[in-house]
Ligand binder design. Structure first.
Ligand SMILES: [Mn+2]
Length: 365
């Protein structure tokens, strides 16, 4: 009798262990807890005791998450009681390695980096008030791979820099001659319609920063950020160069009347901007060589962005033309605005000539 009773007890104990295991396994596989795919693959080789241990860990984790959430709900931190963010953010890591050898899909990139972001590629710190409202403007056409690489590194860096920022990809509609400068003017105007930005960082799509101490913010004068690019052996190709990545406060950009709208095709628009800055009594500043390092994504010259041989001559006339060619004469049509999690995409018709030979036939637009 006693023997039968103990057998029943053992059977019951076994049954309850099996039930617990089945329950935990089901719980683990359900949607309640996010497990990265690698964990699932790892589990296949794990022993049953590991699965039980993991299940218990997850349960405890979930419990502490619920507790934390409860505590947060009791003590909400309203925006107006937050302190300003420090001038030197605590989370910076300094130099980081940049690698373009992988070929992740957009969804993979979104999964890896978009957690803290809001729609339109926006972010601001949750625990302090950022001193920097920055619009990142990227002139763009047909460079999906480059944009993916850039955003993969740029978003986490800007989050660490504790900016209140948004990323605007300004796409030139159609196949006409490319105009980088005019697209940047459009980005300035369109970003201001979206939010009360005070600072504008204009960035080529193929320049990826390698050090998060290179601040994407504004300074007392316009700033040239891309000072040490690997393609140029980490040297400035010439002293007055202002191409690549630059930053302007809203007031600085308005003072110089933005970029010229008339530099069609490759070259000259950045030198024209350098002259605008000097002619308006400002100078440029730059980060330290060590922090201003960039990796450029290698590519061939784009179709319809050939070097325009007429552009260098225009630089002799910047002083006369700058106040009647720029933000105050900007003329374009927005065709579409798409808010992705990683960026705000603005497709714009900038009345581009069909090819470089027909550029001269257009009036200054
Ligand atoms: Mn390039």
């Amino acid at each position: 009798m006693l023997k039968t009773f103990s057998q029943i007890l053992i059977l019951c104990a076994l049954l309850s262990v099996v039930t617990v295991v089945v329950l935990l396994f089901y719980y683990n596989s359900s949607h309640l807890i996010y497990l990265p795919q690698a964990d699932f693959l790892g589990n296949a080789t794990n022993s049953f005791s590991n699965i039980i241990k993991k299940g218990l860990d997850k349960l405890l984790e979930k419990q502490s998450y619920v507790l934390n959430a409860g505590q947060q709900a009791e003590e909400p931190a309203p925006m107006d009681t937050l302190d300003p963010c420090p001038d030197h953010p605590q989370n910076l890591i300094g130099p980081f390695s940049v690698d373009f050898s992988h070929s992740w899909t957009w969804n993979e990139v979104r999964r890896k980096i978009s957690t803290p972001l809001q729609d339109g590629g926006r972010h601001k710190p949750a625990d302090c008030v950022s001193k920097h409202k920055v619009a990142i403007i990227i002139p763009y056409r047909n460079r999906h791979e480059h944009l993916k690489h850039l955003l993969f590194y740029l978003h986490p860096m800007l989050v660490r820099q504790q900016l209140d920022y948004g990323i605007y990809v300004i796409n030139q509609d159609g196949e006409g001659v490319f105009n980088r400068a005019k697209l940047m003017n459009v980005g300035f105007a369109e970003a201001l319609k979206d939010y009360d930005y005070e600072c504008f960082v204009f960035s080529d799509v193929d320049l990826v920063p390698m050090d998060d101490r290179n601040f994407y913010r504004c300074f007392k004068s316009p700033r040239h950020l891309s000072v040490a690019i690997d393609k140029f052996n980490f040297q400035l190709p010439y002293n007055t160069i202002f191409g690549g990545v630059s930053s302007f406060s809203k007031q600085q950009f308005l003072t110089v009347n933005g970029y010229s709208n008339t530099y069609w095709g490759w070259g000259g628009e950045d030198d024209d901007m350098y002259k605008r800055i000097i002619f308006h009594g400002m100078s440029i500043n730059r980060p330290e060589h060590m922090t201003g390092k960039y990796k450029m994504i290698k590519h061939q010259r784009d179709k319809n962005n050939e070097v325009n041989p007429k552009n260098p001559d225009k630089l002799f006339h910047t002083r006369e033309t700058m106040d009647k060619d720029g933000i105050n004469t900007l003329n374009y049509t927005v065709k579409e605005i798409v808010k992705d999690r990683l960026y705000t995409f603005i497709n714009v018709d900038i009345k581009a000539p069909k090819n470089i030979l027909s550029v001269g036939m257009l009036k200054s637009v």
